[in-house]
Design a protein around this ligand. Structure first.
Ligand code: PGA
Length: 253
């Protein structure tokens, strides 16, 4: 059995003061959902204050990105050493990073290796664009992202990582994928390719999330799917009650 996993990707939203209020608002509700792994991913600037608020709880903290070098002349970047002062998780390869900042599968792979080298658990994002979807290239794109992005990762590390399948056309659009279609892609493309690299046993243990316009009203429909182990939530993770309800929906499916 894979433990359900729900992560909130706040993206570029909330100042430190706003982050403090949001976390205070959701913390009591979130703490009751202990059968689900819950992770908050605020912007870098709020990691320190949120890590203080989460201390002593079982709620994890993640960064939204990271560079692969430990230190040096890389203006504007944040390293694994800096992330791990506060976080247990890091989101890598989000489609917005691929789209706006030119991230490639190769770059994601380097970051992934750096995350494992520093005992950070990566939440690796994959997913096809609308154009790729309409051209019937979903399987090819997702397979490439898995094979190239995860190249050279050992089995022990692979077992610990979390994969998020997020069709790009469903992110922030209010237009989620159908739960059945997402389940099919996750089972027959994502997990199948994980099995080809790491073997069936390891692939069966890796948590795979769905992401893209998840909200409290549709979350359960995704969580009841056999291959979907949770969600990476964007917009709805900025509303305390919504995020708590989504986490609750991940219990007992
Ligand atoms: P959304 O974003 O829930 O706002 O669609 C999901 C994501 O980008 O991780």
């Amino acid at each position: 059995m894979r433990k359900p996993f729900v992560a909130g990707n706040w993206k570029m939203n909330r100042t430190v003061e706003q982050a403090t209020l949001l976390v205070a608002d959701m913390l009591p509700g979130l703490q009751t959902v202990s059968s689900v792994d819950r992770v908050l991913c605020p912007p870098f600037t709020s990691l320190m204050v949120v890590s203080g608020m989460l201390a002593g709880t079982e709620i994890g903290l993640g960064a939204q990105n990271m560079y692969w070098e430990e230190q040096g002349a890389y203006t504007g970047e944040v390293s694994p050493l800096m992330i791990k002062e506060f976080c247990q998780y890091v989101i890598l390869g989000h489609s917005e990073r691929r789209k706006y900042y030119g991230e490639t599968d190769e770059g994601v792979n380097w970051k992934l290796k750096a995350a494992f080298a520093h005992n950070l658990i990566p939440i690796v994002c994959i997913g096809e664009t609308l154009e790729e979807n309409e051209d019937g290239r979903t399987a090819d794109v997702v397979q490439r992202q898995v094979l190239k992005g995860l190249e050279g990762i050992n089995k022990t590390n692979a077992e610990a990582m979390v994969v998020a399948y997020e069709p790009v056309w469903a992110i922030g659009t209010g237009r989620s994928a159908s739960p059945e279609a997402a389940n099919e892609i996750i089972g027959s493309i994502v997990r199948k390719n994980l099995a080809a690299i790491f073997g069936e046993d390891i692939a069966a243990k890796i948590r795979i999330l769905y992401g893209g316009s998840v909200k409290s009203s549709n979350a359960k429909n995704f969580f009841v799917q056999s291959e979907i182990d949770g969600a990476l939530v964007g917009g709805a993770s900025l509303k305390a009650a919504e995020f708590v309800k989504i986490s609750e929906a991940a219990v007992d499916n």
